[in-house]
Write a protein that binds this ligand. Structure first.
Ligand code: BV8
Length: 224
């Protein structure tokens, strides 16, 4: 059986990673369009670099929770028949042991060079304009997908959704496109669909089944 699991900020909430919307639309005190758009970066690169530097540094203070660990166990059982597509830019799926993870919105622990378009694993800050390891230019930005930018590896994601027998969304409010459309694309080709979320979402009615509760409780129960 082929399974695609889409995860959002809600799966990392119990790990202490702030969600995107639960804090009344402000994110770490910032207007999203100020810090998660190319325009915001062009207007105030230092602010945006610092916003991501803080979130990258925060990764050292958080850890996986039972939901991440359960999905890693599921991969042990299903192997290549499982794909986790995450909107999250944290590395908690990997730290839990998942290896089949598609970061459609990029990753905090990666830097992208505006000059040569190479990307590099990155742990430290970017606000001090470090030189790009590839071209030595001081043009590195967070390797995350901002609003208005093309999500990563959509062809792979669409292929997996086409083949899925089961599509599960965990901890996403279904505000952001194109991730919010995945349930429709999966259902259209005959996949069963399950939503696991703390509260009802914009898409709850589009799922065959919806379970409300904390991911840390419900995902392990679903995986077992
Ligand atoms: C694009 C990276 C074109 C940066 C992020 C219609 C069609 C296509 C595009 C659009 C469209 N309408 C508008 C658009 C444009 C835009 C968009 O969707 N805007 C929205 C705001 C209306 N989309 C884009 O620009 C995307 N690009 O469309 O390109 C295109 C399209 C298709 C094909 C080719 C080209 C790019 C969007 C990516 C933006 N970058 N992140 C960063 O992280 O800094 S998005 C950001 O929101 C995060 O990645 C976050 O994960 C994501 C989605 O939010 P959620 O994960 O759902 O988090 P949220 O806080 O909203 O919800 C948390 C949920 O968890 C809640 O429901 C809560 O109840 C629940 N929860 C909380 N605690 C728990 C829990 N659940 C379980 N257990 C708990 N303990």
């Amino acid at each position: 059986m082929k399974v695609v699991v889409l995860t959002g900020a809600g799966i990392s909430a119990e790990s202490g990673v702030p969600t995107f919307r639960d804090s009344d639309g402000l994110w770490e005190g910032h207007d999203v369009m100020e810090v998660a758009t190319p325009e915001g970066f062009a207007a105030d690169p230092a602010l945006v670099q610092r916003f991501y530097d803080l979130r990258r540094a925060h990764l050292a203070k958080v850890d996986t929770n039972p939901a991440h660990l359960a999905l890693a166990r599921l991969e042990q059982a299903l192997g290549d028949d499982l794909l986790v597509i995450t909107q999250n830019v944290d590395d908690l799926h990997e730290r839990a042991g998942s290896t089949r993870v598609l970061h459609m919105h990029g990753e905090l622990r990666s830097a992208l060079c505006l000059a040569c378009a190479d990307r590099f694993p990155w742990e430290g800050d970017l606000a001090h304009s470090p030189a790009c390891p590839g071209c030595d230019e001081a043009m590195l930005r967070p390797d995350v997908v901002w609003f208005g930018e093309m999500p990563y590896r959509m062809d792979e994601a669409l292929q997996a959704l086409q083949e899925a027998d089961l599509f599960v969304a965990v901890g996403t409010s279904a505000h952001v496109q194109p991730a919010a459309a995945f349930v429709h694309w999966a259902a259209e080709q005959g996949a069963r669909t399950l939503e696991i979320n703390l509260a009802e979402t914009l898409s709850t009615d589009d799922f065959d089944e919806s379970r409300q509760g904390r991911a840390g409780d419900l995902v392990p129960r679903w995986v077992e």
